[in-house]
Design a binder for this molecule. Sequence first.
Ligand SMILES: *Cc1c(COP(=O)(O)O)cnc(C)c1O
Length: 413
Amino acid sequence: MEKKQYVLGTYGRAPIQIERGEGSFLYDTTGKRYVDFCAGIATCCLGHCHPVVVKALETQAHKLMHCSNLYGIPGQEELAELIVRKVVGIDGQVFFCNSGAEANDGIIKVARRFGHRHPAADGSPRFEVITFNKSFHGRTLGSMAATGQRKIQVEFDPLLVGFRYVDFNDMAELRAAVGKETCGILLEAVQGEGGVNPVDAAFLRGVADLCRERDLLLMLDEVQCGFARCGEMMGWQAVCPDVQPDLISCAKGIGGGFPMGCFWVSNRAIDAQGTPLASIMTSGSHGSTFGGTPLACAVSKAVVNEILRLNLAARAKILGEHVRQTVEGWQFPCVEKVRGLGLLRGVALRPGSFAVPEGKTPAVYVNELCRNAGLLACPAGADTLRLIPALNIPEDVLDEGLSILRGVLSKLA
Ligand SMILES: *Cc1c(COP(=O)(O)O)cnc(C)c1O
């Protein structure tokens, strides 16, 4: 039956075969039902097979799937307006792509072009982007080099030049790292893969101030923490809403499970002549065959409108607080605390508080126990179990998942 020998073995896959989904439930090929607290790694924000998403997909598929960016695409313009006005809320322009890694490669290109237009004092172009330890920005050559985790890069050297990594939330180290070649600082409002580590509000404000002071671009990777996940439409808005980013990368939740990504570029003036930042990306400077197809834009527009209509950001905030209070309320010795914002939550497991089989991290082990018990979650870093359910998960399903988690953790305790 299984033909996995034909698929490149780059993933540590669970020994189950997922066949079908409905809302916040997934079913494997044996018919076993799982409560889904993984949601395609924070991607299926409206759950599986949401009727609004399916209908948008079906309707647009009958009309037009793809036509190339050689022509105007009305659905793309409408979605861009929605993102600028209702999601980011700051004047700017949007480029559409298909994934988070591509979106990050895109904003790195914008930062490099900015570094050419605004060179160092000696006239040499600035090109370096500072990122953070435990960050995750993707797997392409650019986004992998931006990622501050060595394990992602092993044996893919030489890496793309122009990145420097510093500790997250450490202002002194960051200030010291800015050099003559630096043109931008890239961070996640909540580091997702790296362990669900939120940025400190004071640090984020400090980064924004440093960027203005040194003429650097403030670059936010909102791929995982964006689109209502953290309790506001964008992750940074849940931390420090008055901060004004220059570049934002998005993917995951923006498509509700359909492949979609984008980056937003601010229209703020970057010189005395009033040149808008977005205008430096001139015709021919970037492109993507599949970026922003009529089909992807129709689906994404339906997803974003549904998030806005139901105010799922506010819901994520309330449910996320419920998750934190519930899990911390159990007072299990194996749980240190619950980190994160909204429905991007990490259960920090206390190192050494329970036995872990050889060759597994505590997070991978607990995640396996949950899966066997009928709950799909996701590891983040070595010691954190990530809970990232759909934003519209019904409260009784959320509680069902939490009670499975309770059963697993109580046996560890
Ligand atoms: C998942 C993720 C990416 C990469 O997105 P892909 O769509 O897998 O390329 C980049 N940044 C963050 C924060 C992510 O969580």
